[in-house]
Design a protein around this ligand. Sequence first.
Ligand SMILES: CCCCCCCCCCCCCCCC(=O)SCCNC(=O)CCNC(=O)[C@H](O)C(C)(C)COP(=O)(O)OP(=O)(O)OC[C@H]1O[C@@H](n2cnc3c(N)ncnc32)[C@H](O)[C@@H]1OP(=O)(O)O
Length: 208
Amino acid sequence: MKRREAITELGDALRTLAEHATTTEMPAGDLLRAAAELREIAARLGERSRGRSTLPSADDLLGGVRMYNPVTGGGSALAPPLRIEVVAGVAIGRCTLGLAFEGPPRFAHGGVSAMLLDQILGHAVVASGNPGMTVRLDTVYRAPVPLLTPLRLTAEVRHVDGRRVTATGTIATEAEPGTTLVSASGTFVGLRADQTRRLFGPVLQTEA
Ligand SMILES: CCCCCCCCCCCCCCCC(=O)SCCNC(=O)CCNC(=O)[C@H](O)C(C)(C)COP(=O)(O)OP(=O)(O)OC[C@H]1O[C@@H](n2cnc3c(N)ncnc32)[C@H](O)[C@@H]1OP(=O)(O)O
């Protein structure tokens, strides 16, 4: 537990770093000094690390704890992070995107919106008891998503057809939750046992 807290602390620091590195207007000399210091820290962290087929020791895959998920993970430098709760089958997500997520000036990159929606749709799908992988994600961009503004996302499952599950979701601001900025519809497919073995066999072996 202590290690998870430390991972989240490091994640927080990294997210602050990413945001300041995106917004800084400091002169070149300061940037070069910072780069050299950061390379030293990175080398230290890299002294003990895992490979692609090994789960993070702090994760609990079956319990749904993924510390470095790039959308929700407290330890991820890339995650906003999006906080998700599921209430009566509806996944509700909250986050605020900083300038590191900028696409058009003042607004979020469209790929970031798709990433947030893929994740929250996935949570609704898992909560419905039919976990699967995304095989299709259609996004409709109705209005740009503002940065530095609390956002509210929702997602719910619409249809289950054997191994195929369809879910829909939206992004809005907390201030105007009824005004959809981006909507998405996703298809998720539950894996057969042979597909699970082929894709995740090495990871599941180290988990056991
Ligand atoms: C308990 C605590 C919980 C805590 C809470 C944790 C929550 C934790 C949430 C995580 C949330 C993560 C959310 C991110 C989720 C990703 O980001 S997943 C990563 C991105 N997705 C991928 O990489 C998937 C890539 N695709 C594949 O590997 C393969 O398509 C799959 C998934 C193995 C399926 O294999 P396949 O050969 O394509 O399909 P197959 O098994 O033959 O057929 C299955 C059915 O799907 C259909 N299908 C396949 N592709 C498509 C398509 N593109 N469109 C429509 N239908 C399709 C087939 O037609 C077939 O239909 P039927 O004939 O049965 O009617």
